[in-house]
Design a protein around this ligand. Structure first.
Ligand code: ZN
Ligand code: ZN
Length: 207
């Protein structure tokens, strides 16, 4: 369990390969035809002509470099990151906490202060599985102790000793289910559907 947690934390986050980064000129051209407020670019506020020009620049770069995509943004453009200056590969997203785009982004985990993504997702799942199994094991073995206590020691006579044990076990059940057990069930469903947390929240546009 601790090994999978350590691997989730210490496996480097998967960055976007360099071929997806556009040149400084292309980045400049795109930024010139994209509305902005302050330092923030607002591609969704582009008019129809700007969208057409942005799409052309992005599609030309992709075809010249042999890059293929099935995902687009809501305007049918290839998904461009104005912070990283790259065309986002399918299933990747910009993480605002890490400050860069991440391959097969699932979510940014504040507990480990890192993205759960392509390279550490397997370790994250293993951690949920081992963690839940450990808590379930602890629960079953404590249940046995309660049953023995109830049978052998007449708990009604020793209520002040019995209540703390019962309360600790209830707290234990709580931690088994939430967050570990619940997350395990949730991610097992995501794996079954081949989805990331991010895609479940906002389904991708496929062209
Ligand atoms: Zn980015
Ligand atoms: Zn992140």
């Amino acid at each position: 369990m601790l090994w999978s947690l350590a691997m989730t934390i210490f496996t480097p986050v998967s960055r976007i390969p360099k071929e997806y980064y556009v040149t400084a000129e292309i980045d400049q051209k795109l930024k010139e035809i994209t509305p902005k407020t302050g330092e923030r670019y607002l591609p969704d506020s582009s008019d129809a002509e700007q969208v057409r020009q942005q799409s052309k620049i992005l599609e030309d770069f992709a075809s010249e470099n042999g890059l293929t995509f099935v995902e687009t943004d809501a305007h049918g453009r290839l998904r461009y990151c104005y912070q990283c200056s790259l065309i986002k590969p399918d299933r990747s997203h910009h993480c605002s906490s890490c400050g860069f785009c991440v391959v097969k982004f699932d979510h940014h985990c504040p507990w480990i202060n890192k993205c759960v993504s392509y390279r550490n997702y397997k370790y994250f799942l293993l951690y949920l599985f081992y963690g839940t199994s450990f808590l379930v094991f602890g629960f079953i073995t404590s249940l046995e102790a309660i049953v023995r206590f109830a049978i052998d020691d007449k708990p009604i006579d020793k209520l002040d000793e019995f209540i703390p044990v019962a309360v600790s076990i209830l707290i234990y059940i709580g931690f088994s289910y939430y967050p570990l057990g619940e997350l395990l069930i949730y991610h097992a469903r995501l794996v079954w559907d081949n989805e990331t947390t991010c895609e479940q929240a906002k389904p991708p546009m496929i062209r």
